[in-house]
Design a protein around this ligand. Sequence first.
Ligand SMILES: Cc1cc2nc3c(=O)[nH]c(=O)nc-3n(C[C@H](O)[C@H](O)[C@H](O)COP(=O)(O)OP(=O)(O)OC[C@H]3O[C@@H](n4cnc5c(N)ncnc54)[C@H](O)[C@@H]3O)c2cc1C
Length: 391
Amino acid sequence: MRFQFSAEQLAFQQQVEEFLAANLPSQTSAKVRNGASVSKDELTEWTRILNAQGWAAPNWPVAYGGTGWNLTYRHIFDVACRKFHAPALSGFGFNMVGPAIIKYGSEAQKSEFLPKIRNADLWFCQGYSEPQAGSDLASVRTRAQRDGDDYLINGSKIWTSGAELADWIFCLVRTNSDVQQQKGISFLLFDMTSPGVTVKPLYAFNGKRLWNQVFFEDVRVPVSQRLGDEDRGWTVAKSLLGDERLMVSRVAENRRILANLRETLEHQFSRGSSALDATRKAINELDVRLQALEATSLRILTAFDGGGDIGAEPSMLKLKGSELVQAQDEVLFTMIDYLALPLDTATGGAAVTPDWAEYIASGRYHHRGFTIAGGSSEVQHNIIAKQVLGL
Ligand SMILES: Cc1cc2nc3c(=O)[nH]c(=O)nc-3n(C[C@H](O)[C@H](O)[C@H](O)COP(=O)(O)OP(=O)(O)OC[C@H]3O[C@@H](n4cnc5c(N)ncnc54)[C@H](O)[C@@H]3O)c2cc1C
């Protein structure tokens, strides 16, 4: 299959690229380029620039500040943003709870939360996983007991990314234990500064604070902060992904990493590194895999844009996209050789590596999590086996 963008789509691509060249703060893009962490302030600044342009929430309906772009346009936008090393906006607000509020929220909830999410005035984190509920999410145990016009929340969430930065949490809680698991869950939104909320850090093995465990002890949450009906939170949780489950191929991110690979190859060339031919061949093979992934992704997106029914195919995209990121990491990591060493603590933390290589090792560890986050590879294999291959 040969995929080509139309003249109109190419003009749009140019418009986005010109905007990025003129407006993306260079300090932020340099950090993203090198794989360094972007601060909350920097991400807030970029979100507000996009919001002022009307582009912060491409996946939301126009009525709530979205763009009205179809999935192909969103793909073009996404690829351009990654190409210029723009940081990804908060997925929890824009891709998860925002669309859920649009679909299930009361008018009061919509007008309270949506403008604040769009302008990065309010940051959410996601309270789904628990120590005993991950892939089997319907078995959540965090309890919400009715007490007048409030719920009292007791329990714990784990792997809560960004809880230390979040203002609010969207949370799956058990409101009924006497029914089938999926039928006794509710979906609540609440303030992380509520009395009884405790956040404890969890560190990844690259030393970063990637997650948290969040504890709830008699946390009082007004019933009015429930999204959707009581005991119907599973429906809200499932719908959270909505169209987003189609945007899981990581094509844009993979393209960005591939460009880094080629740049790194040039750096290594100038340093006189050996084994470059083998590395160049490996990079070309990754490029072919990426082109196959992008063609498959665009085929599915355009089918959806054309009103087609999409089944479990996104599971293939999630699987292949995350595997490709990790395969690219391996080539990058091998190519930089001893530059993958951590900071030299003996010299008071002075870096032994140049800027462009400093975070490659850390990124490689970070991206291991793609195998698990958003549904593990084993779970994706199960879905493909059952729903695509009919096994
Ligand atoms: C980087 C990262 C960020 C995350 N951020 C968040 C967050 O912000 N909020 C949040 O709520 N959660 C978050 N998570 C948690 C994530 O959703 C869970 O880790 C995931 O759902 C898996 O659950 P688990 O860790 O309990 O593993 P388990 O479900 O216990 O799985 C353990 C192993 O068993 C395998 N397995 C499980 N079921 C099956 C099956 N039926 N068939 C075959 N194999 C199976 C899994 O693939 C895995 O290898 C994050 C995870 C990562 C890695």
